[in-house]
Design a protein around this ligand. Structure first.
Ligand SMILES: Cc1cc2nc3c(=O)[nH]c(=O)nc-3n(C[C@H](O)[C@H](O)[C@H](O)COP(=O)(O)OP(=O)(O)OC[C@H]3O[C@@H](n4cnc5c(N)ncnc54)[C@H](O)[C@@H]3O)c2cc1C
Length: 382
């Protein structure tokens, strides 16, 4: 392991690796080291549902995700790795007047941004996906270009791409301390040694608060367990990912035929617990079978959990805090960071390498919480 680097990225999830890869392309002369406490894919980036959508409730996210979807589609060829991307669309369902109103507003914003999302009545929902019950559904929204992917190849693709450009990736290397000298970052201490550096990116997902605190920065985010499961493979029958805005149920069929899905948990255990529960399976099964009765006999093969990284307004934190100099943040992405990582990683890398600002950096500043200027609610699952 190097004992000095121009930039140290802490965290080898999709965010840290996307930043490292884009930094290496934008600033090839810089030495970059990624320190990952465990193995690649050990965090939320290896545990998520692989949903990738441009249906959002604000123009910034819609435009960001239009760009990100292009990156997801190009990734396999660019990084020479199979990503199991399946563009079957996303179908959102609203089962209350309030949610139907929100959905109508969101679709207006999406269409204004150039997306051809359709608003569907219950009969049109049934025509689109006959296997899904439209009972109690007020409205649906459907965009055929949204997708599901298998997440791991994106983590591996960025890691391999970064390595090929000279980035050092040290797995099983936990950061234990960050030195700040005269108001600026000066070194990172890990359980495998110290690296002198003037620039540090904290990309530790839901564990970011503890790491940012090492440099004296308090993040208002907290970890929230989110459970998910995968069934035996079934003959393909379900084209879109179905997401119910009322109870947070979502499910999709992977390219291999498995039904992968989850549901909101009203009372997750506090802290970074990642255990699985029977209560989740019961809640998910009840909601899933009500929405898709033909899944009543499907067998669950695998159940796991990961951490959502939640901020007070459910929006991300991106960019440099007021102090110390040389520290950068990229966290708070709740249940949708995977889909945004190609673009936000590129934006943060451009800021670190060339000082380039962007709407995302301006909107997702940490300081908004202290200033009492939270973001408006977005279209969140879970
Ligand atoms: C069940 C579930 C379903 C989801 N579904 C979706 C979805 O469908 N679509 C979507 O876009 N997003 C989804 N998400 C969210 C998405 O997975 C995350 O937003 C994204 O993966 C966050 O990436 P990250 O790199 O910030 O964090 P992580 O992937 O968690 O990576 C952080 C890394 O930092 C490392 N680390 C922590 N502390 C230290 C330390 N002290 N030293 C060194 N390394 C450290 C960790 O080991 C970890 O590998 C889901 C999340 C979960 C849990």
């Amino acid at each position: 392991m190097r004992d000095a680097a121009d930039i140290v990225v802490i965290g080898g999830g999709i965010m840290g690796l996307s930043v490292a890869y884009h930094l290496a392309t934008l600033a090839p002369a810089q030495s970059i080291t990624v320190l990952e406490a465990s193995y690649l894919c050990s965090g939320a980036s290896g545990r998520n549902g692989g949903g990738v959508r441009a249906q959002w409730a604000n123009e910034l996210s819609v435009r960001l995700m239009q760009e990100s979807l292009r990156e997801f589609r190009a990734f396999a060829q660019k990084h020479r790795i199979n990503t199991w991307l399946r563009q079957g669309g996303y179908l959102f369902l609203a089962r209350s007047e309030e949610k139907a109103h929100e959905l109508t507003r969101s679709v207006g914003i999406q269409r204004h941004a150039g997306l051809d999302t359709e608003l569907l009545g219950p009969a049109e929902v049934s025509r689109l996906v006959p296997e899904v019950s439209s009972e109690g559904v007020y409205l649906g929204s459907y965009n055929a270009k949204d997708a599901v992917v298998f997440p791991w190849p994106f983590v591996w693709g960025y890691a391999e791409g970064a390595r090929a450009l000279g980035v050092e990736i040290e797995t099983f290397t936990r950061v234990l301390g960050i030195d700040v000298t005269n108001g600026a970052v000066s070194a990172v201490h890990s359980d495998r040694g110290t690296i002198r550096t003037k620039r540090v990116v904290v990309a530790c997902g839901a564990l970011s608060p503890g790491v940012a605190r090492l440099a004296g920065v308090e993040l208002p985010t907290h970890p929230h367990r989110h459970e998910i499961c995968s069934s035996e493979p079934l003959k393909p029958f379900l084209t879109p990912l179905v997401a119910d805005l009322t109870d947070g149920l979502y499910f999709s069929q992977s390219t291999r035929g498995e039904i992968v899905g989850g549901i909101s948990d009203p009372s997750p255990p506090p802290g970074p617990a990642q255990n699985s529960s029977v209560a989740f399976l019961a809640r998910y099964a009840r909601a899933l079978v009500a929405r898709c009765p033909r899944l009543g006999k499907v067998r669950v093969l695998r159940q796991w959990a990961g951490l959502y990284d939640i901020s007070p307004d459910q929006g991300p934190i991106l960019g440099a805090p007021d102090k110390p100099d040389g520290l950068y943040l990229i966290s708070g992405f709740m249940g949708h960071g995977f889909m945004m990582a190609p673009v936000v990683g590129k934006r943060l890398a451009a800021f670190i390498a060339h000082g380039t600002s962007s709407s995302e950096l301006a909107t997702w500043r940490l300081a908004r919480f202290e200033e009492g200027r939270p973001l408006a609610p977005d279209m969140i699952i879970g």
